[in-house]
Structure formats: structure tokens, C-alpha cells
Design a protein around this ligand. Sequence first.
Ligand code: BES
Ligand code: MN
Ligand code: MN
Length: 463
Amino acid sequence: MELKKYIESNSKRFLDELLDLLRIPSVSADPAYKKDVFKAAEFVKASLEAAGVDYAEICSTAGYPIVYGEKIIDPAAPTVLVYGHYDVQPADPLDLWDSPPFEPVIKKTSSHPNGAIFARGSADDKGQFYMHVKAFESMLASGQLNCNVKFMIEGEEEVGSENLDIFVRDNQEKLKADVVLISDTSMISLEHPSVTVGLRGLAYMQVEVTGPKMDLHSGTFGGGVANPINVLCKMISSLHDENNHITIPGFYDNVEEYGKEYRQQLNKAPFDEGEYKKKLDINETYGEKGYTTIERVGIRPTLDVNGIWGGYIGEGAKTVLPSKANAKISMRLVPNQDHKAIAKLFEEHFKSIAPPAVKVKVVPHHGGQAAVIPTDSIGYKAAEAAIDEAFGKKAIPTREGGSIPITALFQQVLGLDPILLGFGLDTDAIHSPNEHYGVDNYFKGIETIALFFKHYHRLSNKD
Ligand code: BES
Ligand code: MN
Ligand code: MN
């Protein structure tokens, strides 16, 4: 049977299986879901087996397991290594969901007139990696699989992929491939298909500012003792200047400045600032002076407070001068900024700006390096050809603001440039309440992935 026909005639099952996977609350950050994360790994293994791999296994790690599976059709044929993650972000705040996060429902939206699947993990990344399982099944069943396939689906991406790092370093022979294929990013839209050619890195810090050793009466002591929340706010606001440049000394030292031509090229991507503002319900965009929105999120580093707490936040008013104030601060990084070096710069600077009246603690969380993907490789050309055939459009290369730290690791350890062929939309609300993934995106993704294999085989001329 023709591949497209196979996908069509199995579409209901392809969707139902994904909905079953979405019902498993595999939240890696919260130990309360430990059983479910393991259950999701079992589900992935069984789905690979059902799709037709030679074998699949659950590889234990110090944390959550990595599911590995492979189909070797011919040792001389090119090998595609598929990476994805079966863990998801926590679903809270739960009260902001229109339907329960782990009870998927399909509803129409303005961006998805043919319906979208609402569930935590639908776009990030279950709905996206599952396309690969179904594309593989479809190619195999329709007699069109012409590349070897290796699947590596992990369960700790949302908490920093620490154990995957070790796994990749220890299993280079097993993971040997010609190209890595990842669907865990966005595209501009189904009308403007794009391929991601850059991801930002990440340095994530937690800070604690301590004033007096206990909470105090804000009348008795207020004015005479440093209030750690006031101080923390002052310190945080000093981290940007009036042009929204980051003030940490040395922060921009290795940042690559792009020429006019590249920036012009980047800004040619379809982007409607009015639409962007409307979708987010903001009056104005905001960011580093001298850069467009596309540049601010794609090629410029940032510093953002992700959460801040301390003092009294209950009902009514309690007069208190708190002992402690805390914040979680992340920096998105660009190529050549080393996340460990930046974390150090942050720590030194943050401690140096603290007034002697408080004590400051800085704890780094996970981080990762940025990545840029060359566009002259066989893999990139295969992605272009697949998009051309599936959409009848030329793929637009985009630089995305999110981070997949494992991308740089693949480049460094395996010497492979991953192809970031994602089908989510920026409006899919990943990491947010009401996350969803377009039904059309799911099926178009399956088709495009299968075409990627076809063109990768053709272009690599390997067997
Ligand atoms: N899939 C996302 C990354 C992403 C999202 C890339 C949208 C491009 C567009 C991934 O699951 C993720 O959330 N990564 C984290 C970093 C990780 C170390 C926790 C991120 O970007 O915050
Ligand atoms: Mn993801
Ligand atoms: Mn994510």
C-alpha cells in the first residue's frame, strides 16, 4: 500500500494511541509521579515493538530510563537516530486548565481549525516523538523503509537530561548513526513550514537573600534593618540597564554579533508583530534595544526571573519584615557562551552587588549549551526536500529561543548535527495550561518524517 494511504487508513488508531500515551502523567520533576514516568517508558517500549523494531529495551539510568529500539534493515544503509522525550512538565496551575491535563480532548482553535489535542505533553514532546513511531510503522508496513532506524526516547529532558548525557558518552557505538532527527521544536505555521537551525543555551540559578535571622515586626524594626525582599528586587532590577542590556560584567564577551546580511535574512521570516501582540494580549513588545523580536528570541541572550517569593502572601495584611527572599533566575544563552562560565559570572556578580546588610546564597541548577545547525548538510537538505514534497513550500530556517541541551551534546560527542524538524506552533502553550497539538500538525508531521527518510536515503547514496 502506498504510504500516504496507510497513514490515512490507520489515522484513527494513530490518534487513539497517542491519546493513551497522553493519559499517563509522566511528570519527571515531581517524585509523586515516579510510577507513571516508568509506566510511560513501558508504553514507549511496547509501541516501538508493535511498530516493528528488531528489538526495544528499557535502559536503566540513575534517574528515569531511556527507551532504546532499533531496526537494522541493511548495515550498509544510512542510519537515522531519532531522539525524543516521554517526560512532561508539571501541569500546574491546574485551575487554569479548561479540561484536565491528563484527560486529552480534541477541540478546535483559531490556529487549529481542524482540531487540536489538549493535554500536557501533547506538543512537548509526546505528540511529536510519537509521530516518528508512526512514521516508522507506516514506512515498514508499506515496504518503504530504506534507512536503518534507532530510537532513543528519554524521560528526563524536562529536568536537564543529566543521565542521558552519561548514556550518550557511554554508548557511542550503539548510537552510531549518520544523522540525528528530533521533533521537539516549533514551526512557523503549516502555511510557512520551517526547520529550526538554532537553539539557545540555558543557565538556571536560584538565589536566596537573608536579612535578620527571623521574621520581624515591620513597625518595630522596619527602617532599621534591611528587608531582603526590597534588597532582592533592587539587585534583580540592576541586572538590566535602561536599554535592557544585561549588566553582568563579561556576560557578552563571547556573544556572536551577526552581520547585516544574516540579520536581514533572519527577519525575512514571516512574522506579524500585530498578531503576536494580539495573541499574547500585550500592548507592546519589550526587550533589548536595537533588536527585532525575532532577533531578541533567536540570537540574543536574556536574563529572566522565573519565580520570586518570600514574606507574607496569605489573605489580608500581615505586617512583617521577612527574614528571607528567594528567586529563580534563568539566562538564555547563544552560541559560544558557555553555560558553566556564565553561571560563575552570575554568581560572582550577584554576590558583589549585595549590600553588607544581607547574606546571599546562589545555587546553580541545570544548564546547557546553545546550538547552531549548518544548512549545507545532507540531513538539512533531506528536511528541505521532505517539506517541499509534503507542503509544496520551501522550508524557512529559524533560530528558536528554547533549549534542548542534548543537541549540542550530539554535536560534541557523536559529531552529528541534529535535524530539528518540529511541527508544534509557538501558540501551542507548551509548559503552560491548556497545552495542545494540532491534529493536522500530527498527521502532516508523520508524512513529512517519512519523506525525510526517503530523501535522506536518496541524497546520501550510501548503499
Ligand atoms: N521542547 C522544549 C524546547 C523547545 C521549545 C525548543 C520550543 C524550541 C521551541 C524542551 O522540552 C524544553 O522545554 N527545554 C527546556 C530546557 C530544559 C533543560 C529543561 C527549556 O527550553 O526551557
Ligand atoms: Mn521538549
Ligand atoms: Mn519542554
